[in-house]
Design a protein around this ligand. Structure first.
Ligand SMILES: [Zn+2]
Length: 396
């Protein structure tokens, strides 16, 4: 049984954006009357109507308001050592004169290149707190999440969002700077695109409307994935946000750099390579896509993208190509052929580690995967699964 609240809202009539390669199966994306997705419309606004010079001034004012000269940290940047957050931390320190503390919620299993990038990042002059969750608990939560919502990645997301705010509260640091607003950049949820950051009330409401860590714990206990005795409240602390009232009382703010400065992942890559020693994937590209510099640090990442491909028919190459088309790096035609070539490629390299991490069999893995195939997305031809609609045979 799934407790995923996203999937039920997808529309059955599959369409693809006329400008990029994304389909309307992506949660919360909106297509306009010309058949163009909201993320493409937002990308146009970034090029034409957004007044970046004004936003630059706002960023300077925000930094001026928060900069400390008393030897204390004044901004937190959640950063695993990837290109985007490395860029954010570096410009805050060197262009805006801030004193960033970087915090990392550990990947499930660091890849060699991921660990190396984090080391290079601190070696370039940053203090970093690396929080590594209790692995017995973390593995069980990942297993519960895999069965409950078809995504073992969920416990990472909880900590990635929450941990930084516990540190902000504990050290009285008023700013927490994330990279881009994913809703505006990738989905185009129109309500958020004018926001410089996530209002704490909205964040907390979204968090509690979704599947929370407490829901996951309850599910895990019901399904005998773990027992009450495996859990302590203290180990669960960083998986949920701290008191929102307390964050508000202390004026702690959740900000996105993508609001203040044009967000170009490819440029962040060049910047981080130059300034923080960031290296791309040594094997040339990541499984399931053609790109070599995004989401490199976790051996289990590939399964998050793979399950997204199963649930929505949207794989990692589709997301990468859509973004690069919007940024003008590739054409839609090139995007289609990249999707055809790489989307849905199985993340074979770390499959055994994934099964071991979750303590599940290959049979259990595939039965969960197949339970997320929706009738309007997939068809079974003599035992092999095929997408009913793909951007490369849609001719749109
Ligand atoms: Zn689009």
């Amino acid at each position: 049984m799934s407790i995923n609240k996203q999937i039920s809202s997808s529309v059955n009539d599959i369409r693809f954006c006329k400008k990029c390669v994304i389909s309307n199966q992506r949660p919360r994306i909106v297509f306009d009357e010309e058949g163009v997705c909201s993320a493409c419309r937002y990308a146009d606004e970034k090029k034409t109507s957004i007044k970046w010079a004004e936003r630059e001034i706002k960023l300077q004012e925000l930094c001026d308001k928060n900069r400390r000269n008393d030897g204390r940290f004044d901004v937190i940047v959640p950063c695993s050592g990837g290109k985007d957050a490395s860029y954010v931390a570096h410009i805050l320190k060197h262009k805006y004169g801030m004193n960033p503390l970087t915090v990392t919620w550990s990947p499930f299993e660091y890849t060699d290149i991921g660990r190396k990038n984090l080391d290079s990042f601190t070696a370039s002059g940053f203090t970093n707190l690396l929080c590594t969750p209790n692995k017995i608990l973390h593995r069980r939560l990942a297993k519960a999440a895999f069965f409950a919502v078809g995504d073992a990645f969920q416990p990472f997301v909880y900590g990635q969002m929450s941990y930084a705010f516990h540190i902000a509260l504990g050290l009285d640091i008023k700013l927490v700077f994330y990279g881009e607003n994913g809703e505006a950049e990738y989905s185009g949820d129109l309500t958020t695109k004018e926001w410089p950051g996530m209002p704490l009330d909205v964040w907390s409401e979204k968090y509690f409307k979704g599947v929370t860590v407490n829901d996951m714990v309850k599910y895990g206990i019901e399904k005998n994935i773990f027992s009450e005795t495996d859990l302590t409240q203290s180990d669960l602390l960083f998986y949920a946000p701290p008191s929102i009232d307390e964050l508000k009382r202390k004026n702690i703010e959740f900000q996105w750099m993508g609001y203040y400065r044009k967000w170009f992942p490819q440029e962040n890559y060049y910047y981080a390579h130059e300034n923080t020693g960031f290296e791309a994937n040594p094997s040339g590209r990541s499984e399931g896509t053609y790109s070599k510099y995004a989401s490199l640090d976790d051996k289990l990442d590939g399964f998050h993208y793979y399950l997204g491909f199963i649930k929505f028919g949207i794989g990692r190459a589709t997301s990468d190509a859509a973004h690069e088309i919007r940024d003008g790096h590739i054409t839609r035609e090139e995007g289609e052929s990249l999707v055809r070539k790489f989307d849905g490629e199985f993340p074979e390299t770390h499959f055994n580690e994934f099964l071991e991490y979750l303590s599940i069999s290959e049979g259990e893995f595939w039965s969960v995967v197949d339970s997320y195939r929706k009738e309007h997305i997939w068809q079974n031809n003599n035992g092999s699964w095929k997408l009913r609609h793909a951007v490369w045979h849609e001719g749109s």
